[in-house]
Design a protein around this ligand. Structure first.
Ligand code: AMP
Ligand code: GLY
Length: 427
């Protein structure tokens, strides 16, 4: 098979890394990819939202399957377009992607079908939102309805801060039309975890759970980022909890969509808060998580292409999906200044020196004409260790990260550390 992976981050390098391991695969293309994908696939110089360009390239190259990484092309209807070309594609349609592209859609669906989520209210008027706000007790959570590159959620510690956030979104329109409507959510405190599932619209098969570290600094200090690391599986999230979330949240969401006339195929990602042992949905995503994918796919024992094809063909019930019981830790190495302004074009040294059993997934990297790998983004690499337990996986990663260097590089030192505390306190 020839497979095209759309996107160019750490998630997509991980997808390509897993896909090339399949004996069914002859060639993989990535659009646009990065220096990591260039080493194992052919990069095509096409933007993920250049849907027609991607269609043309797929036809020219004789692509048998397209796999979509990021949300933007899904929300723009890339799956509907490839369906019209008759080229198999893995991912939800534009209508199905609304679970991610419209938080109002997701909330209405959850409320109508009894899927547990925080209490909240939807507003399309600034003054009505502000009026409702006066009856709330802070902290409150303000969410822009549409896609806002991960920046559309503001946790407001005071009503003044909340009112400013609503003003920024609805009046100053900092997220454009994504802020036509806002949601005001009750604030939940608990443990956060991502559970991502494959689904063909009927069968729902969960992956291993993972935790993502969104803040730039150790101990969750500083501003939010696209994700500075992740690990799987979290000790607090039992196999029973995976079953509960599958039965009470993921499968009901897929069935609810079907009742609304929408077949949901691809990956459904539930961002959850576990409050007093009860999982609540903070968000749905319509795609693989980043950086969760970097720690989840290394634990997948089944041929990923068999799964992707079964999803596309609607016979996921026929594939037995096996997961390793090992632990996996991923640490993101970022550019100086990230998540604010940063420079690119620094030589990345030492990737060849790391231990053979440690994985390096590229995100913002670029292969120069001189054959040297340069930084090309805020999040540059995810270094991943797999071990028999979390302590071993962590030790492998943190032994190797310092061997890699680029000017200004920084990373969190505490990824999965809380799991070791748990191990120690339990013994
Ligand atoms: P979302 O994009 O909806 O996942 O929100 C981004 C982040 O905001 C989440 O990962 C949570 O850390 C936080 N968050 C969202 N909704 C809530 C809520 N209702 N209560 C507390 N934290 C929340
Ligand atoms: N890791 C969060 C996300 O992919 O949205």
């Amino acid at each position: 098979m020839k497979i095209l992976v759309v996107g160019g981050g750490g998630r997509e390098h991980t997808l390509v890394w897993k896909i090339v391991q399949s004996p069914r695969v002859e060639k993989v293309f990535t659009a646009p990819g990065n220096a990591g994908t260039a080493a194992i696939a052919e990069n095509l110089n096409l933007h993920p939202t250049d849907i027609e360009g991607l269609g043309k390239a797929a036809e020219e190259k004789g692509v048998d399957l397209v796999v979509v990484g990021p949300e933007a092309p899904l929300a723009s209807g890339i799956v509907d377009y490839f369906d019209s070309l008759g080229i198999p594609i893995f991912g939800p349609t534009k209508a199905a992607t609304q679970v991610e592209s419209s938080k109002v859609f997701a909330r209405n669906l959850m409320e109508k079908y009894g899927i547990p989520c925080p209490k909240g209210a939807i507003f399309s008027s600034y003054s009505e939102a502000c009026e409702y706000l006066q009856e709330q007790r802070p902290p409150v959570v303000i969410k822009a309805d549409g896609l806002a590159a991960g920046k559309g959620v503001i946790i407001a510690g005071s009503l003044a801060e909340a009112q400013k956030a609503i003003g920024d979104i609805m009046e100053a329109r900092i997220f454009g039309s994504a802020g036509d409507r806002v949601i005001i959510d009750e604030y939940l405190s608990g443990r956060e975890v991502s559970l991502i599932a494959f689904t063909d619209g009927k069968t729902v098969s969960p992956m291993v759970p993972a935790c993502d570290y969104k803040k730039i600094g150790d101990n969750d200090k500083g501003p939010n980022t696209g994700g500075m690391g992740s690990y799987s599986p979290p000790g607090f999230f039992s196999a029973g909890m995976t079953e509960k979330v599958t039965n009470d949240i993921l499968a009901p969401a897929v069935r609810a969509m079907a009742k609304e006339g929408i077949t949901y195929k691809g990956v459904l990602y539930a961002g959850l808060m576990i409050v007093d042992g009860e999982p609540m949905v903070l968000e749905f995503n319509s795609r693989f998580g980043d950086p969760e994918t970097q720690v989840v796919l290394p634990l997948l024992k089944t041929d990923l292409v068999d799964i992707l094809m079964a999803v596309v063909q609607g016979n996921l019930d026929r594939v037995k999906i096996d997961w390793s019981s090992e632990a996996c830790v991923g640490v993101v190495m970022a550019s100086a200044g990230y998540p604010g302004n940063y420079k690119t074009g620094f030589h990345i040294q030492g990737i060849d020196n790391i231990d053979k059993d440690v994985l390096v997934f590229h995100a913002g990297t670029k292969l120069g004409d001189d054959g040297i790998i340069y930084t090309d983004g805020g999040r540059v690499l995810t270094v991943v260790g797999v071990g028999k337990d979390m302590a071993e996986a962590r030790e492998k990663v943190y032994r190797n990260v310092p061997k890699i260097y680029f000017k200004g590089c920084h990373y969190r030192k505490d990824i999965a550390l809380r799991e070791l505390g748990r191990l120690n306190s339990e013994t």
